[in-house]
Design a binder for this molecule. Structure first.
Ligand code: PML
Length: 262
């Protein structure tokens, strides 16, 4: 059986999260990934960390193979428009406005969590550790799928690690039936594109969801009835590999997205 390794990095300063990265890789990629992750940890726009944790762990379980979510970018031009679009799309998969507002409000508080919030459709926060959240782990992409994804994203000018890694994470998350949707805003001050994700509409990038220079962000998973323990176990522990890539479109209007509900 082929051996796979989960490689994880998290960097912090004075106990505060600076950056993180995560992937599932072949044994032969370990040294180059460790170098890439170390560089990312040490040269981050949020500053120099005083603690970096790198974990290399062989997976004992064969990874579950899934498809990526289809991807598109909305033509949003400012935070108000991006928030309005997020509410419209997430609302139409059954998430209440109250829950979506709770996610935006918690992100706006400005405490960047290492992991994600879990919010039920009425807006109640359910993650066991409200400061850390739940970090999604053990996800990656096969070499052939990664080549296709890079080619597809190149066409839209977004062949960048940040977008690819977020798509891989969102695809793993949305594969679990209890997840209705996700909202994500980067905590990098210079990265102003966020996204929403759901099985029904795929991965929708939201340019200008925050103003340039804002140093906080966050992730919220909107969940519906089911056992929390099983969900957290899946998010943290189940190894998942993207082995098929769905279509990646360029810039679209919200009407085109809502029209295409699967
Ligand atoms: C993060 O993981 O820090 C957020 C990434 C958001 C990526 C949005 C995109 O460009 O598709």
């Amino acid at each position: 059986m082929k051996r796979f390794f989960s490689i994880r990095m998290r960097a912090s300063k004075a106990g505060l999260h600076i950056s993180g990265a995560e992937g599932v890789y072949d044994e032969r990629d370990i040294t180059s990934v460790v170098q890439k992750y170390s560089e990312r940890a040490m040269f981050h726009e949020k500053g120099k960390p005083d603690e970096v944790h790198l974990t290399i762990e062989e997976l004992k379980e064969r990874p579950l193979k899934i498809s990526s979510l289809p991807l598109c970018t909305l033509n949003t031009r400012n935070p108000q428009a991006a928030k309005k679009a997020a509410i419209k799309v997430l609302n139409s998969v059954g998430i209440t406005e109250r829950a979506i507002e709770e996610a935006f409000k918690s992100i706006d508080v400005g405490i960047t969590m290492r992991g994600a919030m879990l919010i039920d459709i009425e807006g109640v926060r359910l993650e066991p550790d409200l400061l850390r959240g739940v970090r999604v782990s053990r996800m990656g992409i096969t070499e052939s799928a990664a080549a296709i994804l890079s080619k597809n994203l190149k066409g839209s000018g977004i062949n960048i690690d940040t977008a690819k890694e977020a798509l891989i994470l969102a695809s793993k998350v949305s594969n679990y039936p209890m997840i209705l949707g996700e909202l994500c805003i980067s905590d990098d001050p210079g990265y102003t594109t966020g996204y929403i994700a759901s099985r029904a509409f795929g991965y929708i990038r939201l340019p200008h969801i925050k103003k340039h220079g804002i140093p906080h962000g966050g992730r919220a998973f909107f969940i519906t009835g089911g056992e929390l323990k099983g969900l957290i176990e899946y998010l943290q522990k189940t190894p998942v590999l993207i082995s098929r890539v769905r279509h990646c479109r360029g810039v679209v209007k919200i009407e085109e997205v809502l029209h295409k509900k699967r």
